[in-house]
Write a protein that binds this ligand. Sequence first.
Ligand code: NAP
Length: 547
Amino acid sequence: MAMTQIDPAETGPQHVKILDAIIVGAGFSGLYQLHVLRDRLGLSARVLEAGAGIGGTWYWNRYPGARCDSESYYYSFSFSKELEQEWEWTERYPEQPEIMRYLNHVADRFDLRRDIQLETRVTGARFDAAANRWLVSTAGGEEYSAQFLITAVGCLSTANVPKIKGLDAFAGRWYHTGQWPHEGVDFTGQRVGLIGTGSTGIQAAPVIAEQAAHLTVFQRTPNYSVPARNGPMDAERRQQIKADYPEIRAKSRASTNGHPFDLSPRSALDASPEEREALYEAAWQQGGLRFRATFRDLLSDVQANETASAFIRSKIREIVHDPAVAERLTPVDHPFASKRPPIDSNYFETFNRDNVLLVDVRAAPIQEITPLGVRTSDAEYKLDILVFATGFDAMTGPLLALDIRGEDGASLRDLWSAGPRTYLGLQTAGFPNLFTITGPGSPSVLTNMPTAIEQHVDWIADCIAYMRGRGLQRIEATSAASDQWVEHVNEAANATLLPMASSSWYLGANVPGKPRVFMPYAGGMAKYAAICEQVAADGYPGFQLGR
Ligand code: NAP
């Protein structure tokens, strides 16, 4: 459709650059949102990206072992059939450099770079209600005015470095996995400490252990993990996938988690112990996140879940030679997959190495970081390098860092002081023309991210096209619709076992002082997409549209 063409270089009276849309972030979501708004709708749009390169989470997370937990063939864009056919994935799970090559290829193929401004950190965004426009400012002192502000900042992009006394005085080097140096870190001959045993720590530990002189893993909460079983993608499999893409994508969209898996229709409790064991064993051998799909009720029934949890615990005891170490690695305080389940390559096996030590910091908490290393309540561990795999201020952190102020200057931070409140995870009352891709209240982190991202980007683009077609200038979620949605998000979470993991980042529990609210929408990708589609088909109930 024809749109007002405004030269992005055009400047207003105070050198404010005028655009139709500003997109913040150049990861999967920002790249696709730019392509759709610019090339499908004809809007003037620009991506502002803090990093010196595109890639979003994959630009920053370059830690040893960084690899996607979703399989390459579906952790990818589906919007271009040509792209699907021409790109050749080399492994079952893509490694960080391969995803970066893919995203850079996408940026080139769709000529996106000319509208992406790198090394540009957004420091504030203010809504001008009289003009129905967002005024966006950057750390470099630039000002933009855009009708639409679209955050594509990711859910896991604000590193959480715990405030442990003494870090400043540490004589060695320290790193957070989410801000990994681009030149890499050489662990050769070094005594390395790793704090954190989430998905990241579980990927990093085996790789660091192979290179370092010694690795000490500081574990607060033991975690379940299933083998990834990574391997090369052979030519035959690649061809088959390419031929099957329409079905694969349709299956992903029709699923709960955005993965093209068949969820078993059976309850774990309907199978005999022998049958269950055989099915879990087969899933363990196959590897990956599809272990969760072995039975339909692993995330909704505590007893059913316990059969899977017990199976993984028995595997840990089988793999780890020292029974005391195995016991310390065995999760008991939450059901399997109530936290985001990691998958691994030789994680538990790593603790059989002579140069690896597991320290239980729940039993003996970290007291301080000394110049020489980490001191717990019962020992000091001497280290040359300390790695924080301590996660992120998830979902709300990256949005609040933008200092967004809506109508009457109200700040998003104040509005969300008791937890995020959105309508469909897409909009927040009081913040017209602001769209959040994979925001809190959307399935986002509970899904294969590209599936969720494409659904959001397309919905936002359709909404903008609808507005433009009718001469509408603003759209804003109503408070009533937001309240109802927040209630529905809570109901959906409570229908699952997910809230049982009381220390999970889904609940914000990993960041001291953060409100404990279950943030993602657990009703499933397919159900969520159907709700969004219906809202659009019905003329956007729950939103106020105006001129
Ligand atoms: P995470 O799941 O939040 O894990 C953080 C770890 O650090 C936990 O073991 C936590 O212990 C520990 N920790 C935090 N503060 C601590 C402290 N003060 N003292 C001791 N331990 C502390 O973070 P993550 O591993 O980076 O993963 C975050 C998410 O990123 C994942 O769940 C996943 O969604 C995504 N991710 C994806 C991939 C992939 O697809 N390849 C890879 C990595 C991450 P507690 O459990 O006790 O809090």
